[in-house]
Design a protein around this ligand. Structure first.
Ligand code: SHN
Ligand code: NAI
Length: 283
């Protein structure tokens, strides 16, 4: 079974953290950053948790958990060193319709806590369904190492200009193509003046129609042999002409909103002006 990934809005919502050891403490910062109203209950805290309580003026109840604490909570984290207590908290939370994380068991409770990469508004969450938390942490370091350096500034340009671009370009497809072109250029490490790059790109891109010429992709037996360039083009494709069998093979290379058309039906359709069309041919 897979988990359903989601990013929760916790601003001003009541969250209870039960347990103030290393794990309970690790849960605090992301909750604080998300603007939750945190109550921490534990007879003892690790030093770092004490520091966070003081710094952020968190409500700390220096005592054992009791069931009435769940009233008014939106979400609870069960991170004590007692598996029995953590399970009991999860059962009560489930009965009361409150989200619950159980630190010692991925299969109890209603969500698991992923490893997090936060870079401004870019938040990457990684998890392995509770199977390999240490691998999760190692993957975090690898992924963080390949992220572009000025991600925050790049996201800020998009946040500031999205409404303008919605007004400037009339279709989702044109807007997507605009942003794809802009971000592709911006991800080149030599380009860091994003405001200038944005203006330049805006002056170059138009909505004018042009003839659509399908590109052909000869599918190798082993998909690992697909060139990097072709993988990139497949990802940009707005329409692929593909048999049912090959569609399954290339599913992970094409976008969800890419149109799929069978070869025998292609003659009857009219691709959007400017559409990037790829005909898939089996080797
Ligand atoms: C289900 C989950 C709990 C949840 O959802 O709350 C869970 C469960 C358990 N972890 C255990 C052990 C360790 N966990 C870590 C580290 C992390 N564990 C995290 C998440 C999760 N761990 C959730 C699933 C995430 C997923 O799906 O991958 C991370 C990603 C996030 C975080 O906790 O903040 C964080 C990396 C933070 C980072 O750096 O990014 C380390 C290493 C270390 O501390 O460095 C060890 C010691 C080595 C070992 O034992 O493997 C044990 C056994 C305890 C015991 O033996 O008593 C259990 C219980 C069990 O499964 O038995
Ligand atoms: N998710 C993860 O990454 C990991 C999870 N774990 C699991 O997380 C749990 C907690 O681990 P640690 O923080 O290292 O434990 P810990 O022993 O350092 O801390 C336990 C905390 O729970 C509090 N506590 C105990 N009984 C309580 C009660 N009745 N009411 C309220 N608070 C109570 C203690 O005062 C203490 O603050 C363990 O079950 C462990 O198996 C352990 C390692 C990693």
């Amino acid at each position: 079974m897979l988990y359903y990934p989601a990013y929760l809005t916790l601003k001003d919502r009541n969250v209870l953290v039960v347990g103030g050891g290393a794990v309970g403490c690790r849960r605090l910062s992301p909750l604080i950053e998300a603007g939750a109203k945190v109550t921490l209950v534990a007879p003892q805290l690790v030093d770092e948790a004490t520091m966070l309580v003081e710094k952020h003026d968190l409500k700390w109840l220096c005592r054992s958990y009791s069931a009435e604490l769940l009233a008014e909570q939106w979400l609870v984290i069960a991170a004590t060193n007692s598996a029995e207590l953590n399970t009991a908290i999860a059962q009560q939370a489930e009965a009361d319709g409150i989200f619950c994380n159980v630190a010692n068991d991925a299969n109890t409770g209603s969500f698991i806590c992923p490893s997090l990469i936060n870079d401004g508004q870019c938040q990457i969450a990684i998890a392995t369904g509770g199977a390999a938390p240490v691998l999760t942490r190692l993957l975090k370091f690898r992924i963080r190492a390949i992220l572009p350096r000025h991600l925050k500034q790049l996201i800020a340009v998009s946040a500031a200009k999205r409404a303008d671009i919605k007004r400037t370009f009339s279709t989702v497809s044109h807007r997507r193509r605009f942003w794809e072109g802009f971000f592709s250029k911006a991800l080149n490490p030599d380009n860091t003046d994003y405001a200038k790059l944005y203006q330049q790109h805006l002056s170059e891109v138009t909505e004018q129609a042009s003839a659509v010429v399908p590109l052909t992709c000869v599918l190798p037996d082993d998909l690992d042999d697909l060139s990097f360039g072709m993988v990139k083009k497949l990802h940009q494709a707005d329409l692929v002409i593909v048999s049912e069998k090959d569609e399954r093979r290339i599913e992970t290379f094409i976008r969800q909103d890419c149109r799929r058309v069978r070869p025998e039906a292609y003659a009857q359709i009219t691709p959007e002006p400017h559409a990037s069309v790829i005909a898939i041919v089996t080797n």
